[in-house]
Write a protein that binds this ligand. Structure first.
Ligand code: ZN
Length: 305
């Protein structure tokens, strides 16, 4: 069995109002069709053996707006990191939260259990330069990947379709000094992601343009993003191998309410599609349930199945 986790930053379940919610205005047809209704706060619990939608809590019982560093850390570790830190922590983890992530994350645990894990994201040479100059800190997901000892994917992997850039299509790469790679269709990028996931028990891909568009209240970008995500998610789902579970989730709301520049208190979707979907995620209620559920289902996987 394999798990492919598609993490979408700042992607919550909002109101059924096209004036503020781009998911209502533009649609996310792949998901709408699967659940026969738009992806909004009213969607409720949808559970079938191979197709699940669960609205999950991101506040973790801690006051204040949910934030990325603690939210992603909760997804990755299964720990209530906001409670452990005493507050929701924005953007990039500092030393204390980084230690919690590095020691407890799902990628490390699966590696220690003898499984192959990977981050499919491609990092530019510019990214590594900024990190070396201490002008940029790693995200929680990048820290989790690094804790396994893996090398982050970069241009050599991109040349052979063994990586996916954070914007999915490579269209923003020239802004970061990489101007010789072709722009891909979301479907081509999806094929690359699925092909990577065939070689690992656990694959994660991080997408954060949703959070950016939400903070900027950028409707034009939001429309482009939804068309792209719709094609990308649909193409991954269509090509999903029979032994693979695809999980889509987020760390907090943001994108679904363009009336504010901030994150929201909205629940986020936990979507599970494919092999053992309901069995794996059916009992999850908040961000801390995801890592233990994946570890459990991969741990009891019988190689003779
Ligand atoms: Zn944000």
């Amino acid at each position: 069995m394999r798990v492919l986790l598609l993490f979408i930053d700042g992607f919550g379940l909002g109101s059924n109002n096209p004036e503020i919610n781009p998911i209502v205005r533009f649609g996310l047809h792949t998901i709408n069709q699967l659940f026969d209704q738009p992806m909004i706060s009213d969607i409720g619990l949808n559970l079938t053996p191979e197709c699940c939608m669960i609205p999950i809590d991101t506040t973790l019982g801690v006051e204040g707006l949910p934030q990325s560093a603690t939210g992603q850390a909760a997804i990755l570790t299964g720990l209530n990191t906001a409670k452990a830190m005493g507050r929701h922590i924005q953007a990039f983890p500092g030393p204390q939260l980084s230690n919690i992530i590095t020691e407890n994350n799902i990628m490390k645990r699966l590696t220690e259990a003898g499984m192959l894990v990977t981050s499919a994201n491609m990092y530019t040479p510019n990214y590594f330069e900024l990190v070396a100059k201490r002008k940029r800190r790693h995200s929680a997901i990048t820290l989790a990947a690094l804790s396994t000892g893996m090398s982050l994917r970069s241009l050599p992997e991109m040349y052979i379709n063994e990586a996916v850039y954070q914007d999915i299509t490579n269209v923003t790469l020239p802004d970061f000094g990489v101007d010789h790679l072709p722009v891909l269709s979301p479907t081509q990028a999806a094929c690359n992601l699925v092909n990577i996931s065939r070689k690992y028990s656990f694959t994660i891909f991080e997408y954060f343009q949703t959070d950016r568009a939400g903070h900027k209240q950028d409707w034009l970008h939001a429309g482009r993003i939804l068309r792209l995500l719709d094609e990308f998610i649909g193409a991954v789902y269509k090509r999903l191998p029979a032994d693979t579970l695809m999980i889509i989730t987020s760390d907090h709301g943001n994108f679904e309410d363009m009336s504010v520049k901030t994150h929201t208190f909205n629940k986020v979707p936990l979507i599970a599609l494919g092999y053992r979907a309901q069995e794996t995620v059916g009992a999850i209620t908040d961000l801390t349930g995801i890592a233990p559920a994946i570890v459990a289902v991969l741990g009891k996987d019988d190689p003779c199945d």
